[in-house]
Design a protein around this ligand. Sequence first.
Ligand SMILES: CC(C)(COP(=O)(O)OP(=O)(O)OC[C@H]1O[C@@H](n2cnc3c(N)ncnc32)[C@H](O)[C@@H]1OP(=O)(O)O)[C@@H](O)C(=O)NCCC(=O)NCCS
Length: 224
Amino acid sequence: MDVAARQVEDADVPRVADIFARGFPASIRHYCGDRQPHPVAFIDLFYFLSRVERDLFLVARGPGGPVGYVVAATGPGGLVRAALTTPYVPRAVWRLLSGGYRVSWRSVIRLLRDKIAMAVSPAIVAYRGGEILSVAVAPDHRCRGVGRRLLEAALARLQGRGIRRVRLEVRPENTAALQLYGSLGFAVRGKITDSQGPWLIMIREVAGAEGPAAHAGAEGAAGR
Ligand SMILES: CC(C)(COP(=O)(O)OP(=O)(O)OC[C@H]1O[C@@H](n2cnc3c(N)ncnc32)[C@H](O)[C@@H]1OP(=O)(O)O)[C@@H](O)C(=O)NCCC(=O)NCCS
């Protein structure tokens, strides 16, 4: 199967949203309870993310469509810019109010409170730089190198943009992700807690300048 990491296209988004929903059931239950949100809630979220830094939103496609994705960012500015300049936020508010997401305001407020508290916390601010916002592989395609190739390609793209430090957060019990991040050079540098429990803050730092040439080479290798 071709698991090369390629830039997301709009047609990929519904499948990516489904991979997300199946990848993070505990978090979704934590914020939303037993009532599963309508799939359009996740589809809208990933359309929004595809407008943040599109070249850092990569998918691995199998014959039936995406089997994994990674969303990276060069910093928090892109999220704020996209929130202010695209129609996704007002649309999301409308769908939330009209019940189209099957998500309560209480869930959204809890989620936003957690995300904002994390974004401004000294433990996170100390490591501003590139970020891995989300990565997941469809359950039936895991343990075949898809996650590794997606992350390698995203890291190569970040490096090609001159980003030397990349941060991510991972739950301490997520053994698979911890192993994968450790093998890619991420190290635990801190801990932070939200309403669901602790997060480990992992950082990967690369010394020296990396130009676009290095970027192209690294991505070719990741896309084998
Ligand atoms: C984490 C995740 C993205 C890994 O994707 P994947 O395609 O299965 O990972 P890979 O096959 O590329 O594995 C790469 C490395 O990860 C580690 N790994 C993967 N699955 C593992 C598991 N179940 N147990 C232990 N280590 C595991 C291994 O070190 C592996 O290296 P190896 O192939 O040399 O043994 C996937 O398990 C997933 O989607 N999980 C749910 C969503 C999630 O937790 N995302 C991360 C949030 S921080």
